[in-house]
Design a protein around this ligand. Structure first.
Ligand code: MSK
Length: 675
C-alpha cells in the first residue's frame, strides 16, 4: 500500500478509520504502512526457513540453498505448508462440529438439538447409514462416528469426492492420486515431505498440495456445513442488515467474531432469555443485540438472520464505536490488536477457545456440555458492562440484504416455488441467457482498498450476465452496498441475468454463507453436471472462482481445492511464489493438464473478471453452447495490451542477492504469461 492508497470504499469504515487509528497501535492499515517495504525474498517465496542451517535466500546470483534446494523446491515447500495450515483450520472447525453432533446424539451436550431431521436423513443416506425405524439420535451417532473417521483415516479415501462428484472427475482424481486418504494424514505428510531433505521435486510437492487441499473442501469444510445444517437448521432465504450501523445505541451490543457457530448459536439463544432481557432493562438498555464479524457473522446470519457488523477489517473499527459491550471471539481471523483498542473503550474481549487466547482478554472456556450456561454467562457480562460505556459513535451506514441460499433452496427458487431442480439454471446457461457462474469469495487485505476489488469484480460480472455466488467477507463487502438485494438486479445486471432474477425473485448475488460453506458451491457444481447438458466433468462447466482480496492460508487452501476440482481461479494478491518461474508456470498452466483447473494472479479485479469470463467462453465453445442471448462484449482492444509494469520494488536491505531480484519481471498475471 502506498501512503496515498485509499483504505476503504466503505463510508462506515471511513467514518471510524481515523478514530481507531488515533491510538498507540493504529489500525491494520497504519501498521501495514509502518512495516514498510517487505523483504523481497520473503515476498517471492524464496527465503527458506525450513532447516537450522539457513535461512537461505535464493536468487539468480545464488540459485541454491545450503542443501542444494533451488527456487522451485523452496517456493513449493513453503506454499504447500500454507495449504496444509489452511486445510487444518477448516478441518479442525469441521471436527469440532462433528464432536458436538456426537455429544448431542448421546445426550451429553447442553442446549443443542438436531434441528433438521430432514437434512440428517439426507446426509445419512449418502453415507449408507440405515434410517428406517431408527431414532434421530441413533442415526446421528452413527453419522458422527463415520464423519469423525474422515479426519484420521489411514487408508482408502475420504468419503465425499466419490459420493458427490461426477464419475469422470472422480476417475481423473484417482488417476492422479488426488483424493486424500484422510484429512490429518495428508497434513502430516505435508509437514514430512517439506521437512529438510525429503521431497525436492516441485511438481511432486505441489501435487501433494492439491491432494491435501481436498481434505479441506471435500471433507473438513463439507462436514462443517452438513453437520452445521443438521444441528442448527438448514438455512432458508432470510432478510437482515449489514454494516457498523446495525449496532444500537440503546441496546447491549454483543459482537461475535471468528468462525464456529457452536457458541454463537447459543449466544443468540441466550440473548433471548427473559431473565437476561429483564436484567438488560434494569441496566437501562432496551434489548440485547447479537451481531457478527467475519464468518461467525455469516453462520448466524444464514440460520438466525442476525445482523452483520462487518467483515475482516471492521474488527478494530467496531470497537471504536464505543458501543460494543462484549466482543466474543472463537477461532480464526481474530487479530490480537483488538485488545489494545478495547483498552481505550469499555469493551470486554472474551476469548473462548483453548486454541486462541489473547493476553489481556477475559477467558471463558467453552465446553459443549455446558454451552448454554456459558453463553448466558457471557451475555450477562455484556449486560453488566453496558452502563460502563463512554461516548458512543455509531456510523449511520447500514444496508439490507438477503442471505441464506443453499444448494437445496436456491434452485428451488430458480425452478419455481415447488420445484427443486438445477434444470432452470442449466437451461439459462445453455440458452445463452447466462454466460456462466462466478464464485467470488474470501477476505479483506490491507494490501488493497477494503472491499474495492470485490465490488468492482462483482459489478463487472453482473453487467455481463454472470450469476455470482459469494461467501465469507467478500459477501459482506457486496452486502454493504446493497448487491445482495433482489432489486439490485435492475441497477447492475445485464438483460439475461435480470430476466432470471426478476422471474424468480432472487438477488443477482447469492450469499452462500461462511468460508466453510464454499463446500456448498462444490456441491452446486456437482448438481449442475448431474442435471445434464453442461459436460461430464466439473472442469467442463463455464464457471470460475476468485479471491480478489485474499489474506490468509485458508484462502490459499480454498484456491487449491477449487483448482483441483477443475475451476479457473483468480487469486490476488499473488501468492508468495514469484521467485520461481517453474512454480508459477505449474500453477497457471501445467496443472490444467492434471485437474482441468488453473490459477491466474491478475491484481486488477476488472481484468481478472475478464480472464474469468474468457475462460467461461472457452468452456461454452467446448460445450458447443448457443451464443449469448444478449451480446455484451467485455474485452476492449486496449485491454488486450499488456499492463504497464508496477513500479520497481524497493529492497529492504543492502544486499547483492536482493539487488539481483530487482531486475526480475514483476508479478505474473494473465494465466502466468510473463510480461
Ligand atoms: S472470515 S478467512 S477474513 S473471508 Fe471467513 Fe473473512 Fe477470510 Fe476470515
Amino acid at each position: 500500500m502506498t501512503e496515498e492508497m485509499r483504505r476503504t470504499v466503505d463510508p462506515a469504515a471511513e467514518a471510524l478509520m481515523d478514530k481507531a487509528g488515533d491510538s498507540e497501535i493504529g489500525t491494520a492499515y497504519d501498521r501495514h504502512v509502518s512495516q514498510g517495504k517487505r523483504c523481497t525474498f520473503g515476498e517471492k517465496g524464496v527465503c527458506c526457513r525450513i532447516c537450522e542451517m539457513g535461512p537461505c535466500r535464493i536468487s539468480p546470483k545464488n540459485p541454491r540453498g545450503i542443501c542444494g534446494a533451488d527456487a522451485a523446491t523452496v517456493a513449493s515447500r513453503h506454499l504447500i505448508r500454507q495449504v496444509a495450515a489452511g486445510t487444518a483450520a477448516h478441518a479442525d472447525h469441521g471436527h469440532d462440529i462433528v464432536k458436538v453432533l456426537l455429544m448431542t446424539a448421546r445426550g451429553e451436550s447442553q442446549g443443542y438439538e438436531i434441528k433438521s431431521e430432514r437434512r440428517l436423513h439426507e446426509v445419512a443416506k449418502e453415507w449408507d447409514i440405515e434410517t428406517e425405524g431408527r431414532t434421530k439420535e441413533a442415526i446421528a451417532e452413527e453419522l458422527a462416528l463415520a464423519a469423525m473417521a474422515q479426519f484420521n483415516n489411514l487408508d482408502g479415501e475420504i468419503h465425499y469426492p466419490a459420493a458427490r462428484a461426477p464419475e469422470a472427475t472422480v476417475k481423473n482424481w484417482r488417476a492422479h492420486g488426488l483424493i486424500p486418504v484422510g484429512v490429518e494424514h495428508e497434513i502430516v505428510e505435508t509437514l514430512h515431505r517439506t521437512h529438510e531433505g525429503v521431497d525436492a521435486d516441485y511438481v511432486n510437492i505441489l501435487k501433494h498440495g492439491l491432494r491435501t487441499s481436498m481434505g479441506d473442501g471435500w471433507a473438513g469444510a463439507m462436514l462443517a456445513t452438513d453437520i452445521g445444517d443438521i444441528l442448527f437448521g438448514t438455512p432458508e432465504p432470510v432478510r437482515s442488515e449489514v454494516n457498523l450501523g446495525v449496532l444500537k445505541q440503546d441496546h447491549v451490543n454483543i459482537v461475535v467474531h471468528g468462525h464456529e457457530p457452536t457458541l454463537s448459536e447459543m449466544v443468540v439463544a441466550a440473548s433471548r432469555d427473559p431473565e437476561l432481557l429483564e436484567l438488560a432493562k434494569s441496566k437501562g438498555a432496551d434489548g440485547i443485540l447479537v451481531g457478527g464479524i467475519c464468518c461467525t457473522a455469516n453462520e448466524i446470519l444464514m440460520r438466525q438472520g442476525a445482523p452483520v457488523v462487518g467483515n475482516f477489517l471492521h474488527q478494530e473499527l467496531a470497537i471504536a464505536t464505543g458501543a460494543v459491550d462484549v466482543m466474543l471471539v472463537d477461532v480464526q481471523c481474530i487479530i490480537p490488536a483488538v485488545i489494545e483498542h478495547a483498552g481505550r473503550f469499555h469493551t470486554k474481549v472474551i476469548t473462548t477457545s483453548k486454541k486462541a487466547h489473547i493476553r489481556g482478554a477475559e477467558h471463558v472456556q467453552f465446553h459443549e456440555d455446558k454451552a448454554f450456561d456459558i453463553a448466558k454467562e457471557i451475555v450477562r457480562r455484556a449486560v453488566e458492562n453496558y452502563p460502563n460505556r463512554g461516548p458512543v459513535d455509531i456510523p449511520e451506514h447500514k444496508n439490507d440484504l438477503v442471505a441464506g441460499f443453499t444448494v437445496a433452496n436456491t434452485f428451488t427458487h430458480l425452478g419455481g416455488r415447488y420445484r427443486s431442480s438445477f434444470r432452470p439454471l442449466n437451461d439459462a446457461i445453455i440458452s445463452g441467457r447466462l454466460r456462466g457462474v462466478a464464485a467470488v469469495i474470501g477476505c479483506n487485505t490491507v494490501k488493497k482498498t477494503q472491499d474495492d476489488s470485490h465490488l468492482r469484480m462483482v459489478k463487472e460480472f453482473l453487467k455481463h450476465d454472470v450469476l455470482v455466488i459469494m461467501t465469507g467477507c467478500a459477501a459482506t463487502a457486496c452486502a454493504k452496498v446493497g448487491l445482495l438485494q433482489p432489486e439490485s438486479a435492475r441497477e447492475y445486471a445485464g438483460e439475461g441475468l435480470q430476466e432470471i432474477c426478476e422471474a424468480v425473485g432472487i438477488p443477482p448475488v447469492l450469499h452462500f454463507g461462511s468460508c466453510v460453506d464454499n463446500s456448498r458451491i462444490l456441491v452446486a457444481l456437482c448438481e449442475m453436471i448431474k442435471e445434464g447438458g453442461l459436460g461430464e466433468k466439473l472442469s467442463d462447466l463455464p464457471i470460475a472462482g476468485a479471491a480478489p482480496e485474499a489474506m490468509c492460508e485458508k484462502a490459499i487452501a480454498i484456491g487449491f481445492y477449487c483448482v483441483t476440482s477443475g475451476a479457473f481461479v483468480n487469486y490476488a494478491p499473488v501468492m508468495r511464489i514469484e521467485g520461481s518461474d517453474e512454480v508459477v508456470k505449474f500453477l497457471t498452466e501445467d496443472v490444467e493438464e492434471i485437474t482441468g483447473g488453473k490459477f491466474s494472479f491478475e491484481e486488477d479485479p476488472v481484468k481478472a473478471a475478464h480472464l474469468m469470463m474468457e475462460h467461461m467462453e472457452r468452456k461454452r465453445a467446448d460445450l458447443k453452447l448457443r451464443p449469448l442471448m444478449y451480446d455484451t462484449p467485455f474485452l476492449k482492444q486496449e485491454e488486450k495490451e499488456p499492463a504497464a509494469p508496477p513500479p520497481e520494488r524497493v529492497m529492504v536491505a543492502d544486499s547483492d542477492d536482493m539487488e539481483a531480484f530487482a531486475g526480475l519481471p514483476p508479478s505474473h498475471h494473465c494465466g502466468g504469461k510473463q510480461p
